[in-house]
Design a protein around this ligand. Sequence first.
Ligand code: ZN
Length: 134
Amino acid sequence: MVQVFSLKTSAQTEFIDITHSIQEIIKKMGVEDGICTIFIPHTTAAITINENADPSVVRDILMELNKIVPFKNSYHHREGNSPAHIKASLLGCSQAVLIESGKLVLGTWQGIFFCEFDGPRHRKVHVNVISNGR
Ligand code: ZN
């Protein structure tokens, strides 16, 4: 069954660590071994897995994304949020993470981040947990 949770972002661009929220869903569902797919149903937000030990890592990723895709340019999209659409496409809208012994299989330094590019907004995260059934 797909679980959906909401989050409220507080800046135009920011990364929010959602690892704990995903892990809680898996715990509640009681899945020991399987796979978890996380899907972001938005065109101006994304998901990425990267270091969550030192917060300056995601700050640097965001800083460089904002340089690669400037806020002002000769964009055609009339809504005025093309940079957010482009950044969302660069990072992607889904991730799959393995589950072993009831826990997300992540490296020591890895965390799952919701990536806001057109905030602040109310956002949703869809999570589908599939058990290997053993
Ligand atoms: Zn738009």
